[in-house]
Design a protein around this ligand. Structure first.
Ligand code: SF4
Length: 190
């Protein structure tokens, strides 16, 4: 059963009240994002940061930026009427993700209100084995929501992972939910 509560994050300029749906019990979990109206109507500029999997470090970010513009995939929690600014973008630093320990601090100093772990974390072969730990760690240590994914899962990855049964667990079903989209949208990201 989902447990809904309001969580307040202090900021010298502003107090951001986030409406969260806790899906599991870990301490201060921000495992949220089935509430697609989370930030809609916040009424001002939303600042986010993105961490990508090092395997895709040479990626130009085209799918992420397109999805951000179109509010697709994990970005559909934000309203198109509100401005969405990227204030940080980096890789995890390579397995086992050394940058995860440090980069959120700079992202938050630069105004980040949420951090996205890019879709590459879930579609890689294999997907990132540390993804749940990263999410819990960042949320606990830095008190900022972590959203799994950026652009919709491309259909070609969806087909292959479906054959591999990669996501055939309750945990992975939750992890891919923000970027699952529908088939038409997934095909548009092939
Ligand atoms: S699999 Fe995970 S830890 Fe390894 S490079 Fe990718 S995101 Fe980083």
């Amino acid at each position: 059963m989902n447990d809904t509560k309001h969580c307040t994050r202090s900021n010298p300029e502003d107090t951001l009240e986030l409406n969260m749906v806790l899906l599991r019990k870990p301490l201060c979990s921000y495992t949220v994002l089935l509430d697609k109206n989370l930030w809609k109507g916040k009424g001002n500029k939303m600042k986010i940061a993105i961490i990508i999997c090092e395997r895709y470090k040479s990626c130009a970010g085209g799918k992420c930026f397109r999805a951000l513009r179109n509010r697709e995939g994990a970005f559909d929690i934000y309203s198109k009427d509100e401005s969405l600014e990227i204030v940080g973008y980096t890789s995890c630093g390579g397995c086992p993700g050394g940058n995860i320990e440090y980069v959120p601090e700079e992202m938050i100093k630069n105004g980040a209100e949420a951090i996205h772990l890019a879709t590459g974390f879930v579609v890689g072969y294999p997907p990132c084995p540390y993804i749940s730990h990263f999410k819990k760690f960042i949320e606990l240590k830095y008190n900022i929501p972590v959203i799994i994914g950026t652009h919709p899962i491309p259909q070609k990855y969806y087909i292959t992972h479906d054959k591999l049964n990669t996501w055939d667990t309750e945990e992975w079903q939750e992890l891919i939910k923000p970027t699952l989209a529908n088939e038409l949208t997934r095909k548009a990201y092939d």
